[in-house]
Design a protein around this ligand. Sequence first.
Ligand code: SF4
Length: 340
Amino acid sequence: MDKIAIKLNSDLTKSEIIQLLALDDFTPVYEAADRVRAASVGDTVHLRAIIEFSNICKRQCIYCGLNRDNEDLPRFRMSHEEIVATAREAVAAGYRTIVLQSGEDPWFTPEKLGAIIEDIKAIKITDIGTNEFVHPAVTISCGEMSEEDYAYLKSKGADRYLLKHETADPEAYSRLHPCGTLENRTNCLKTIHKLGYETGSGFMIGLPGQTLETIAEDLMLLRDIPCQMAGIGPFISNPKTALAGEKNGDPELTRRAVALARLLLPKANLPVTTALSIMTEEEHEQNPFAFGANVVMKKVTPDQYKEAYEIYPADFKPTDIAGDRKELEEIIKSYGRMPL
Ligand code: SF4
């Protein structure tokens, strides 16, 4: 086992993060991340229900199957009523957070989104502890907007905003995102934070040209914003994009990045890197919560739309919102954690 001379805390410098990412044996860092997780956010695992309500996107991110140049993809928009009905079903199944996710679809104006948020926020849940009514939290993940629009959605009740930066390397960012710049994305994240949203970003492991240095910069950007949520996942090549045939991201390096995110952002909400219900047996042998994560994101998008929300290829099981939730709760309990 490597002897780690680096202090494993939230002040890690860029060169220390790079040294840690390159360790032969990362076990001591995983153990430190798990200790920080236990002390900062406890044993609760938060389940989030994601509704992917439109796969129409004006952008051209070259890794994403939803980019506007992909003519093979059947496009859809859910109606206001369908979105709210799906949210109701998710809340009835036990979810306390609804994540509204879409491509950058100008048809969904801030007014339309605001009306959806209001209707979801009006759903009542009985709090198990106090027996009083509470309302679900709403997370928005709909891309870049003006400060005015972010503020409007906040005024309608949105609690959190998720906007992944994907890479903190400005050149790589421009290569991957012909429609945007890293500067603009970072400014959006700072605006979101300033407006009082619980702010989330995140990035991919394994993007072509990525180095340990850029991963360290990705992690430091999360701390600089500062983010309260961070989604870190492996790059998965989509055959219908310009990155078809590129190697997928390394799961071990992805877990390392999550563990380091826990050290840098002790109180952050960090999703597990794999959908638990589609984990292989071998992956189940490794406790997916042993690396610092405390959140599971679960798609509740209706079946008729789910397959068309293909950012990257995935296996699509039929959606059974209540049944899937129960299954996830059992998996989480089997690791000694408390699903919420
Ligand atoms: S990553 Fe988001 S903004 Fe980019 S093409 Fe895909 S859905 Fe659109």
